[in-house]
Structure formats: structure tokens, C-alpha cells
Ligand binder design. Structure first.
Ligand code: GTP
Ligand code: MG
Length: 244
């Protein structure tokens, strides 16, 4: 993750790489157009290799989140190119078409591709069932949701055609990533405070002992009893030679 340090006076920017994967024709590029441009295109224009967009989400838990979105071709002939872009992904949208069971079954293969490029379990994954506006649903919501939850993934359904839940899919992944970052920041802050307190304590002790030593020295020199040579320290005695 790249938590960009703020410029002076600027609000902190959280920046994550998210890849969008799944079979051809599931609507990955359409989700991206809907999110970024509020547009939907009925004509199918397959993605060649990989497309890239940056999208700014404002006010995710009060923070600004910038997503680098990598829209990958579903066509297997681009696999050798596409899978290289999975590296470093912090978020994954695993997209299937709710009217196409094969696209759901193939999520396993996409997941294996992802796991071969990034540490399994290191990314926040959201399974996205697209085209819920279409009349003939062929994958049960419960089955898909169970599949996702069993693997610890999020689950969302949406329609790029009418916009239902599209932004929510991205916000859902961004929120989880952001929460992890905020937890880390909080832990770092606590650690910093703990260290500062420990430092203050040891400085106070050191200063106290230093003062004691100085005080003891002053008394030793300033309060020598002329007859005995005993110096007037409260906590201990020292015997000095009498001077005649
Ligand atoms: N009814 C309906 N059609 C959709 C929806 N989303 C996308 N489509 C249509 O599905 C087709 C494929 O959409 P794309 O977004 O190009 O699919 P893709 O997953 O990017 O495909 P590749 O780039 O080949 O991997 C297009 O004709 C879209 O208009 C949706 O939510 N509902
Ligand atoms: Mg596409």
C-alpha cells in the first residue's frame, strides 16, 4: 500500500491499486465507465490487454481515497500480459455475470491466477455479480455469496447498465483497505506515545538521580562538622579527615 505523506497544508491521500478481473463480457469495463464517467455503452468493445484509470473517492470515512483501477481483458489470449498487472494489487474485484453460470464457475481460475502473482490473502477481494438488471438470472445470490464468504471475501451485486451498487462495490473495497491503514496508523501512534512516555520517565529518573548526586556533593562540601569531620548528609555519613 502507498500511504502518501501529505503535502504541506494538503489532506492526506490514501492510494490503492485495485484490479478488476473476470471472464469476457461480464461487464468489467462497463463498471469502470459507469463509475468514472457515469456512462453505459450497450455495444461490446472488448478490452485489449489492460486499461487503466484513476478514480478519486471523496469522503470514505471522512478520508480521500485514490484508486488506481486496472481493467483486465477477460479473453484468455491476453493472459500472459494481464496477469503481470496483478502484482502489487491491494484490492481485487472478481466480476461475474449473474446471467452466465460459466463466468461464476471461472472465478476459481481467476483466483488461482491472482494467487500466483500476489501473496494469497494479502489483498481485499470483493466478488461482484454484475447485470442484476437482466431478466434471466442464472446464478443464485445465496450460492455466490456463500462461495465468497467461505473464502473471506466481500460480496456485492450490481448493474453497470442502471448504476445500481456500482460505486458501492469500489467503496466497499476502499473502506476495508482504509480501515486497515487507519488501524496501522493508530497502532503506530500508540507506540510513539508509549515510547515518548518511557523516554520521559527515564529522563525524569536520570534528572532525579543527578539532582541527588549534586545535592549530596553540596552537602558534603558545605556541611562538614569541624570537630568530627562528619558531613551533614541526611541519608548517609561520610568521614573526612579533620583539618587543624
Ligand atoms: N444488461 C446489462 N448489460 C451489461 C451490463 N454491464 C455490461 N453489459 C454489457 O455486457 C457487454 C460486455 O461488457 P464489457 O464491459 O465490455 O465486458 P468486459 O468484462 O469488460 O469484457 P472484456 O473486456 O472482453 O473482458 C456489453 O455489451 C455491455 O453493454 C449490465 O450491468 N447489464
Ligand atoms: Mg473490458
Amino acid at each position: 500500500m502507498t500511504d502518501k505523506r501529505p503535502l504541506l497544508g494538503a489532506e492526506k491521500q490514501y492510494h490503492y491499486k485495485v484490479v478488476i478481473v473476470g471472464d469476457s463480457f461480464t461487464g468489467k469495463s462497463s463498471l469502470l465507465s459507469r463509475l468514472s464517467d457515469k456512462e453505459f455503452e450497450r455495444a461490446y468493445a472488448p478490452t485489449i490487454g489492460v486499461d487503466y484509470k484513476v478514480h478519486q473517492l471523496r469522503n470514505v470515512q471522512g478520508k480521500n481515497v485514490r484508486l488506481s483501477l486496472w481493467d483486465n481483458a477477460g479473453d484468455r489470449k491476453f493472459n500472459s500480459i494481464v496477469t503481470n498487472y496483478f502484482r502489487g494489487a491491494e484490492g481485487v474485484l472478481l466480476v461475474y455475470d449473474v446471467t452466465n453460470p460459466a463466468s461464476f464457475a471461472n472465478l476459481k481460475t481467476w483466483l488461482a491466477e491472482i494467487d500466483s502473482k500476489i501473496v494469497p490473502g494479502s489483498a481485499t477481494v470483493c466478488v461482484v455479480g454484475n447485470k442484476i438488471d437482466a431478466p434471466r438470472r442464472a446464478v443464485s445470490r445465496d450460492d455466490a455469496r456463500s462461495w465468497a464468504f467461505e473464502r473471506g471475501f466481500q460480496y456485492m451485486e450490481c448493474s453497470a447498465l442502471n448504476g445500481t451498487n456500482v460505486e458501492e462495490c469500489f467503496v466497499s473495497v476502499a473502506t476495508t483497505l482504509l480501515n486497515h491503514a487507519l488501524e496501522r496508523e493508530e497502532a503506530e501512534e500508540e507506540e510513539k506515545l508509549r515510547r515518548a512516555a518511557a523516554q520521559r520517565k527515564s529522563t525524569t529518573f536520570a534528572a532525579f538521580f543527578q539532582r541527588q548526586r549534586e545535592h549530596a556533593g553540596e552537602e558534603a562540601v558545605g556541611a562538614v562538622d569541624g570537630s568530627t569531620g562528619r558531613c551533614g548528609l541526611s541519608s548517609y555519613f561520610c568521614f573526612l579527615p579533620r583539618w587543624h
